[in-house]
Every structure is written in C-alpha cells, then in structure tokens.
Design a protein around this ligand. Structure first.
Ligand code: FAD
Ligand code: NAP
Length: 340
C-alpha cells in the first residue's frame, strides 16, 4: 500500500484549514487496512483516522500517518418480517447511503439526511438530527484494532451510545478503525416529524402524511437554508455540544433567564447552546477569519484563510463569554488534531 508524503489536507476537512499530513494512506479493504496497521505500529508513528473531515479541526500539520478508510459497498444481509439488515462500508458517504436506502424503501434514516461525512464515522459521536440518532438504527459493526490489525465485532450494546457519544470517544478512543456498519432498517415507514422545523416545513408543502422520502426532502430543504455549505463557507457543523445541566442549575438559570431554551434530558435538561451563544452576544460576530454564523450561532465558520489557532481562539472566547454570563461550560464537538 502506497504512502503519500506531505499530503495536503485542505480538501479533507470541511473547515478548509490548510494543513499537511506527513504521510497519508487510503486503504480500500479490511485486509489492506490490517496489513497497513501491522506495518506502521512497529514504527511508532502518530496515527489518526480521517473520514470526511467534517468533525475535525487541524491545529497545524499532522506529523504522522493519516489513515483515510476508503472501503466501499452497501448490501442487504437479510430480513425479518419487520426489518432489513443493511451493511455499509466505512468509506461510503453518509448522505449518499441514506439516499440509497430510501430509494430501495429501506426506512428509518430519513431524518439524518444531508449530514456530511462517512458511514464509518457515524457511530463515533452517534450522529443525530431531528430526534433520530444512529443508535436508534444501528445493529452492530466491525472494526479493526489499531495495535494488532485484528478484526473485532461490536454489538449495539458494546458501542455504549450516549448523546453525541460512544465507547469510541471514551474508553476505546483511538484504538479501533470502524470498517463496516450494520443497520436495522424498517419495512414499514414510521416518520418522526415532531422535532425542530420538520412539521412546519411539511405544512408549508401541504403534506399531511409524509412518506420517508418527503421527510428527507423537508430535512434537506431546512438544512440547506439554515446551515452554511462547507463548499461555500468552511465549517464543522455545530461547534459545541448542547450542555446538559441538573435540575437545580436549570431552575436557577430559568429564574434569571425565563426565555432560556431547554429540553428535558434524564434528570435534568439539555440547553440549546446556540441560544446561549446568541445571548452572550456572539451570533454573527467574528475575530479575524473565524466567526459565529449569522443564521445559526452554534456554527463557527471560516471566512477565508483560517488556521487551527484562529478557530481555537474564537472557540475559547465564546466558551468564556457563555461561562461568564450563564456559568455553563460549553464542550467542543469537533476533535482537534496536529499542531503540537
Ligand atoms: P471525521 O471528521 O473525519 O472524523 C470525526 C472523528 O471520527 C475523528 O475523531 C476521527 O478520527 C473519527 N473517525 C472517522 N472515521 C472513523 C472510522 N472509520 N473509524 C474510527 N474512527 C473514525 N453531526 C451530527 O451528529 N448531526 C448533524 O446533523 C451534523 N450536521 C453537520 C452539518 C455540517 C454542515 C457539518 C460540517 C458537520 C455536521 N455534523 C453533524 C458533524 C459531522 O458531519 C459528523 O460528526 C460526521 O459523522 C463526521 O464524519 P466524518 O467522516 O467527516 O468524520
Ligand atoms: P433547531 O431545530 O434550531 O433546534 C435547536 C436546538 O434545540 C437543537 O440543538 C436541538 O437539539 C434542540 N431541539 C429542537 N427541537 C427539539 C425537541 N423537540 N426535543 C429536544 N430537543 C430539541 O436546530 P438546528 O441547528 O436547526 O439543527 C437541526 C438538527 O440537526 C438538530 O437535531 C441538530 O442536532 C442537528 N445538527 C447537528 C449538527 C452537528 O454538527 N452536530 C449540525 C447541524 C445540525 P439536538 O441538537 O440535541 O437535536
């Protein structure tokens, strides 16, 4: 397998940061990936896995090997009375996969339309949108252990999914490369439209009982209006997770801020991070090339030529502003690589 050297990463991260990888390889099969891992672990190279680069920030050049899983393929492995078991390879583009399933009447992923990135990354932070998360549909997955090149199977339970979280961001962080993901998709449509702006969009289209295709179209339309396309304005989607607070903190915040936007979550509540940032005066504001997006404060954008340092500087300024105003900590969603 060929290593590319001093590989430019600007086209491999949606924030559009110009960084380089010392080495870059794109294995197209599990065997190729396993062989690659066995050959590099002995060399002690720093290693990172890069899918579509839509949830990473490059703090600078990456002085090791970037592995870009490039396995392809989607297949139906079987069916029950209610479900199809569908397997997709890690390198498939997530949105294309969602559209492929809908075209074959395999339902359940429609709310997750137009999320950038790859199938292989989708379990990492348990991607979610409009009330549906990957955990709702994932059956199991296959991953290759970085230290050994050996193949492992993970059941749904072993992935330990949480809100924008999984075991692969916690105990097993940087230990496995996901190569294939299996989903249990529905034979009978069960549209979920009571979240965000979906119902409103369907009403505007005069649709009462939407098909999954119509839900997908509505989601695509809302997202296209509201979110900046990375092809036009570099970004990594929501830059911070919505913070979850306990009941006591929620009550105290609500006393001071009656308009606070929150949703019940476990014993406490999830706060809308975009609202906190807007109230802290950051919506549409920028420092140099990086700013908060004018239509959605939670998204940071690259107005051109941003470095990883510029991004971190703005992120920290926003975290400080929200901390000072509300006493709430915002945690970054994208992972930062390179630069040290
Ligand atoms: P990358 O950014 O390349 O990687 C993300 C992390 O996963 C890194 O730590 C990387 O090392 C690891 N990783 C990637 N592939 C693998 C693999 N095969 N095995 C092991 N580790 C791997 N997210 C949501 O949850 N919901 C949304 O609605 C949403 N909307 C977005 C909208 C925009 C405009 C953008 C830019 C981003 C959005 N995101 C959203 C974030 C992002 O698209 C998802 O997190 C996506 O799953 C990242 O996929 P990726 O292939 O680009 O991963
Ligand atoms: P939105 O619909 O304006 O809603 C703002 C926030 O309120 C969202 O963060 C969402 O939480 C929450 N919310 C809305 N309705 C809710 C409900 N019925 N129950 C519980 N929580 C509710 O958000 P948006 O920015 O346009 O995004 C729409 C969807 O796409 C959201 O689900 C969002 O997570 C997802 N998205 C994610 C990213 C990313 O990078 N992670 C980027 C763009 C969009 P949740 O975020 O928990 O859903």
């Amino acid at each position: 397998m060929r290593f590319l050297e001093n590989f430019p990463l600007a086209a491999f991260n949606t924030f559009g940061i110009r960084a380089k990888a010392r080495y870059f390889a794109a294995p197209a099969s599990e065997d190729e990936l396993a062989r690659l891992l066995r050959s590099v672990t002995a060399r002690n190279l720093p290693l990172m896995v890069l899918g579509g680069g839509s949830n990473v920030i490059f703090g600078g050049d990456f002085a090791g090997l970037v592995i870009h899983p490039d396995m392809r393929g989607i297949q139906c492995l079987g069916e029950t009375a209610e479900h199809y078991l569908i397997e997709a390879a890690a390198g498939e583009k997530w949105h294309d996969f969602v559209q492929y399933t809908l075209a074959r009447n395999w339902f359940g992923l429609e709310n997750l339309s137009l999320i950038p990135g790859t199938v292989g990354a989708s379990p990492i932070q348990n991607i979610g949108a409009y009330g549906v998360e990957v955990t709702d549909r994932l059956h199991s997955l296959t991953a290759i252990e970085i230290a050994t090149g050996c193949r492992h199977e993970f059941t749904h339970a072993q992935c330990r999914f949480g809100y924008r979280d999984s075991v692969f961001k916690q105990e097993l962080r940087d230990r496995f490369i996901i190569s294939r993901v299996r989903f249990r998709l529905l034979k009978t449509p069960a549209p979920r439209i009571d979240y965000g702006d979906i119902r409103q969009e369907l009403v505007a289209r005069h649709i009462d009982s939407p098909t999954p295709r119509q839900v997908s179209d509505a989601v695509i339309a809302i997202r296209s209006r509201k979110l900046p396309s990375p092809d036009v304005l570099g970004n990594a989607g929501s830059f911070f997770k919505n913070p979850v607070v306990g009941r006591a903190q929620l009550e105290s915040l609500k006393a001071d801020w009656p308009a606070l936007v929150s949703y019940p979550q476990g014993e406490g509540a999830k706060l809308a991070a975009g609202w906190l940032i807007e109230q802290a005066g950051w919506k549409g504001r920028r420092i140099g090339p990086v700013g908060s997006y004018e239509k959605q404060a939670l998204v940071l954008v690259n107005h051109g030529g941003a470095t990883g340092g510029d991004v971190v500087c703005v992120a920290q300024a926003i975290q400080q502003a929200v901390r000072e105003r509300f006493g709430v900590e915002l945690e970054m969603e994208p992972q930062v690589y390179g630069g040290n």
